[in-house]
Design a protein around this ligand. Structure first.
Ligand SMILES: [Zn+2]
Length: 591
């Protein structure tokens, strides 16, 4: 029979420990120590507490725990000496019926992994949805992780152990993650639509107004209707707009949403999570026959990533009247103008001006988004509070020195353009790190028509500098440009810089940030506040209404813009609960 949190909180210690038996492999001390923190507010609270216990126990205890685990599809599985929990998990991943080839591959990986790291490879084989990874996925993950640094792999093993425990706890408590599972499934279903050239390779690419893009819009519309939205339509720029009406007419509207386009060979959750999570909330409200004191408008933004055309944020930009008619003449790689693409898709570009929202009718904008970074994953936290979307500045730079013979030019007579750029690159790294939360990147670095035996005469490079507030970003930019000048003067080379982008930081509206914080606290999940390094649709809405964002942890070190992007249905479930809390505790009179 399923146990309850109430039982764990109130039972005598020995009994409570018995209830939590079998969570961490042969290591009941973790649950035991966690019981010091009773009462637990939620299952998420209990999970996080145990993760903290292990974090604080230190490296020796962590390695010992890892070593207490059986090898994946190893001797213990063959001799049937696994714990009942492990047998269940390895069985769910169908590791118990490996072909001889698969078995041999896994044995080799086990041996290589053990030799490199000195502990066994651990993977939560039930996966992000809890229903089992495929054997091929397991072998790929194993192969990929063999390349990691030992310190990283130690932590990655621990994170997988926590995930195993999370699923074991769900079983014990018969915890339902049904809406989270559904959102996970919606994302999986929608990921079947991908642009030609990528679909065949099993990659996800959905760019503006392609057939795959329109199939996504149709899928979102259909799912919105099934959830119980009152109005669902596709607007002039291709946004899918769903409205769940307020209890009374004339009420203001809360806006939410994110984008459904992707980068090339991207992930399934970037953007889409912020459409499906609110849809799950509407479905729940509709099931309960409950209306909110405000309209709830969920928008699947048609374009954010700037993949097919140069212009970006077409979907959210149009809502604030920031859609420039000249963009319609931009051409894609095949020479198709945006105007033609819109007409082919049945959209009316002449109506784009009409979809601009009147901010006076809106309470604000909230956005749920996958973090796209490693922070929450490292902290064992499912959710994060966004304090600000970083402002950024981008430059294209060129250093000109003197190309000369690599053999005959003495080191003290060179005017090496690439060495100057390299010196600046290292300065950018140092200077951005000084701020703690600024970031600086030289992502493009080129010696045009360079040769192995020529001192570089020219070097192109890019600069991307970001910080949570504009003043901090501007100070960073000023220092970097001053250092570039110093370096170039000292080395006797010239430089030019061209500003290509400048976007203001978008700090969260304090009152909306607090609403997300209250929502996360209600789940018993510790608060973690962080800036967003990436740009989001909320940046656009920020120009006309208050906004705040919630981040959801990504798996695989939070990797994004990559097919390895992943999140669990448990974390999605918590995001749904957080948004539900925000919605049901928001009273428009108090604005
Ligand atoms: Zn995104």
């Amino acid at each position: 029979m399923a146990i309850t949190l109430e039982q764990v909180n109130t039972a005598p210690r020995a009994e409570a420990l018995q209830l939590l038996d079998g969570l961490y492999e042969h290591s009941p001390w973790i649950a035991d120590k966690a019981l010091d923190a009773r009462p637990f507010q939620s299952l998420a609270h209990l999970k996080h507490t145990m993760a903290q216990v292990l974090r604080e126990a230190g490296r020796d205890a962590q390695v010992k725990l890892i070593q207490a685990h059986p090898e994946l599809a190893g001797k213990a599985m063959v001799s049937k000496s696994l714990t009942a929990e492990s047998t269940n998990e390895q069985g769910k991943a169908r590791l118990t019926d490996c072909t001889p080839e698969e078995f041999a591959t896994l044995q080799k990986l086990n041996a290589d992994y053990n030799a490199k790291f000195g502990f066994p490879f651990i993977l939560a084989v039930r996966g992000p949805r809890g229903d089992g990874l495929g054997k091929q996925q397991i072998i790929e993950t194993f192969t990929r992780r063999l390349q990691n640094h030992p310190d990283f792999e130690l932590q990655e093993n621990l994170r997988n152990i926590h995930r195993v425990v999370e699923l074991r706890l769900n079983d014990k408590f018969a915890a339902a993650t049904a809406p989270g599972d559904d959102v996970w499934d919606w994302q999986e279903t929608m990921s079947q639509y991908s642009d030609p050239g990528y679909l065949e390779k099993g990659q996800l690419t959905v760019t503006y107004l392609t057939d795959a893009h329109r199939a996504c819009a149709a899928y979102i519309s259909k799912t919105m209707r099934a959830c119980g939205f009152d109005e669902v339509k596709i607007d002039a720029v291709g946004n899918v707009v769903g409205i769940y009406k307020a209890a009374t007419p004339g009420a203001k509207t809360l806006l939410t949403g994110s984008h459904y386009d992707t980068v090339r060979n991207g992930g399934k959750y970037d953007g889409r999570l912020g459409i499906f999570v609110p849809m799950a909330c509407v479905r729940e409200l509709h099931r309960q026959g409950k209306r909110l004191p405000f309209n709830f408008e969920v928008v699947g933004f048609s374009e954010e990533e700037g993949q097919r055309y140069k212009a970006t944020f077409l979907g959210s930009g149009a809502l604030i009247g920031d859609f420039k008619p000249e963009w319609l003449d931009q051409k894609d790689a095949d020479g198709i103008t945006m105007r033609e693409a819109m007409r082919n898709a049945g959209l009316k570009p002449e109506d784009i001006g009409k979809i601009k929202r009147d901010a006076d009718n809106y309470l604000g904008f909230v956005e749920v988004h996958i973090e796209q970074g490693p922070v929450l994953n490292e902290l064992d936290l499912p959710l994060g509070i966004v304090t600000s979307i970083n402002g950024n500045v981008r430059y294209q730079c060129e250093v000109t020195g003197m190309a000369s013979h690599a053999g005959t030019t003495p080191m003290n007579r060179r005017r090496d353009a690439a060495a100057a750029a390299a010196e600046l690159l290292l300065y950018v790294e140092r200077r951005a790190a000084q701020d703690g939360d600024s970031v600086g990147t030289v992502g493009m670095l080129q010696v045009p028509s360079g040769s192995i035996n020529v001192v570089p005469g020219r070097c192109f490079f890019s600069l991307d500098l970001r910080a949570p507030v504009d003043a901090q970003r501007d100070a960073l930019v000023a220092d970097v440009l001053a250092e570039l000048k110093n370096i170039c003067e000292r080395r006797g080379v010239h430089f030019t810089t061209e500003l290509t982008e400048r976007a203001a930081a978008a700090p969260s509206a304090p009152v909306w940030q607090q609403r997300w914080e209250a929502a996360v606290q209600s789940l018993g999940v510790p608060l973690h506040r962080m800036p967003s390094g990436a740009g989001h649709d909320a940046m656009k809405l920020h120009k006309v209404m208050p906004q705040a964002m919630l981040f959801v942890r990504g798996q695989n070190s939070g990797i994004s813009h990559n097919p390895l992007e992943s999140t669990t249905s448990d974390d999605i479930e918590l995001a749904i609960q957080a948004l539900m809390h925000l919605l049901t505790h928001l009273s428009p009179e108090k604005q």
